[in-house]
Design a protein around this ligand. Structure first.
Ligand code: FE2
Length: 386
C-alpha cells in the first residue's frame, strides 16, 4: 500500500491528511488537546545534570525502624495467608509511620524533580518473596499496580532472558542490550534491584522539559514537529479492536503540563506496518535532535542501583534508559518492576486513552489485555530465562 501525507496548517494547528492507494483520505486527528505547542518550561521537573545535586538529595536511606516496619507488614505475604501479591492494597500492608513519608515521596516524584530512590532495604538477607512483598506493598501505598504486558503481570522481572533484541515483538528490557531514552506506558515506574550486573546496567534519567527547552532554543520548527502524532509499535501486544501501532505525539501540552511519551525503537519498528503513516525527513530530524540532546552528559544523570535500592520515576516528565550490561556467571542481573497509576497525578490528553486504556487519574496505564479479559498475577517466576 502506498501512503501519502499532506500537512495543512489552519489557524496555527497542524492537520495531517493521509491518502492510501489513491482511494481513501484519512484525517489523522491531531486532537486539539494534544496539538498545542508548549511554552518554554520552568519548575522543579526542568533540570540538567548539574542541577540535580548530590544523591543524598534524592535518596531516602531507610532506618532500622523503617526496615522493621516493612518486614512486619510483609509477613502475611511470606508466612501467612496472603500469598498472592496481585490483589495487594495499602490497607493490607499497614505502614503507620512510613505511610506519610511515602505520600511525600510520591509528591516529589509527580510534582517535583520526577524521581526518588529508597536505599537500605536488606534484599540480600531476606527471601525474594519478602523483597517482592515489600516492594509491592510500597507500590500499593503510592498507587495502584498496573499490568506490564498483555499477560497481566503486575510484578515485572527485568533481566536478560536471551531474547533477540532485533525481533520486533521483543521488549528491550528482556535483553542485555543498551536501551534508548524512553518512557513506559504508566504514570510511575518503580524498580527494585535484587542483583547487580558484573559490568554496566547503569540507570540514566533525563528531563523531557529540559530537552524541550533546548530544542526550542536551537530550532523552534523542529520543536513544533514533536507535537505531531507518529506511529508507535505495540510490539505484538494488541488489544481487541486496535491497530498494531498507535498514533501519538512525542510531546503534548495539556492542562498546563508538558507530557512525554516516547520509545524510538518502537517508532522505528512501526515502519513494518504498511498502513502506518511514514516518517517524514522532518520528523526524523526532530527525533534525532531529541535523542542527541538526551544523550548529552550535560542533560542526563547516571546512577547504579545497589541491591535493595528502589527507584521511582515519573514517566510523564522524565525519560529513562539503561546501559548495556554483562551478567555475573551464576547470578544474573535481576530487578523487579512495578508500573503504578497514582491518584494525585496530572490530567492527560484524551489521545493517551488508546495506549492507557483510559485517562482517568488513578486508574490508567499499563498494557491492555490482548483478549479483552485480563487476569492479573504477580508471579515471582515469570519471564524466567530458558
Ligand atoms: Fe522502561
Amino acid at each position: 500500500m502506498r501512503v501519502e501525507q499532506i500537512e495543512v496548517i489552519v489557524a496555527n494547528r497542524s492537520c495531517l491528511w493521509f491518502r492510501a492507494d489513491d482511494i481513501r483520505w484519512l484525517v489523522m486527528s491531531v486532537p486539539a488537546s494534544g496539538s498545542e505547542i508548549a511554552p518554554p518550561q520552568s519548575g522543579p521537573h526542568v533540570w540538567k545534570s548539574h542541577d540535580v545535586g548530590h544523591p543524598d538529595v534524592w535518596t531516602w536511606r531507610l532506618s532500622n525502624d523503617e526496615v522493621s516496619e516493612l518486614l512486619a507488614a510483609s509477613a502475611p505475604f511470606v508466612d501467612g495467608d496472603e500469598q498472592d501479591l496481585a490483589g495487594i492494597t495499602a490497607a493490607m500492608f499497614p505502614l503507620p509511620s512510613l505511610g506519610g513519608s511515602l505520600l511525600r515521596l510520591r509528591r516529589r516524584v509527580t510534582h517535583g524533580r520526577g524521581f526518588e530512590v529508597i536505599r537500605g532495604f536488606p534484599s540480600d538477607d531476606v527471601s525474594e518473596q519478602q523483597s517482592a512483598a515489600v516492594f509491592a506493598g510500597i507500590g500499593a501505598h503510592l498507587g495502584s499496580l498496573r499490568s506490564q504486558n498483555a499477560a497481566g503481570d503486575l510484578l515485572g522481572h527485568v533481566r536478560n532472558v536471551g531474547a533477540d533484541p532485533t525481533d520486533p515483538n521483543v521488549r528491550i528490557y528482556q535483553t542485555s542490550r543498551r536501551q534508548t531514552f524512553h518512557t513506559d506506558s504508566t504514570d510511575v515506574v518503580g524498580l527494585l534491584c535484587l542483583e547487580t550486573a558484573a559490568q554496566g546496567g547503569d540507570s540514566l534519567l533525563v528531563s523531557a522539559a529540559a530537552l524541550y527547552n533546548e530544542i526550542l532554543d536551537r530550532d523552534p520548527t523542529l520543536a513544533a514537529v514533536l507535537f505531531r502524532p507518529v506511529a508507535t509499535d505495540r510490539r505484538g501486544e494488541v488489544p481487541e479492536g486496535c491497530d498494531p501501532y498507535f498514533m501519538i505525539p512525542v510531546l503534548t501540552w495539556f492542562d498546563e503540563s508538558l507530557t512525554v511519551l516516547y520509545q524510538r525503537q518502537y517508532i522505528e519498528s512501526a515502519r513494518r506496518f504498511e498502513d502506518a503513516p511514514p516518517l517524514t525527513s522532518e520528523v526524523i530530524k526532530a527525533l534525532d535532535l531529541f535523542d542527541e540532546i538526551a544523550n548529552s552528559a550535560s542533560f542526563h544523570i547516571r546512577m547504579r542501583l545497589e541491591v535493595g535500592d528502589m527507584q521511582f520515576v515519573h514517566n510523564h516528565a522524565l525519560l529513562h534508559d539503561r546501559t548495556g550490561f554483562i551478567d555475573k556467571p551464576n547470578s544474573p542481573r535481576h530487578l523487579l518492576r512495578l508500573w503504578l497509576s497514582v491518584p494525585d497525578d496530572r490530567q492527560l490528553p484524551p489521545i493517551f486513552a488508546q495506549r492507557y486504556g483510559t485517562t482517568t487519574v488513578g486508574d490508567r496505564g499499563g498494557i491492555q489485555a490482548v483478549g479483552g479479559d485480563q487476569k492479573f498475577s504477580a508471579d515471582l517466576h515469570a519471564d524466567k530465562p530458558e
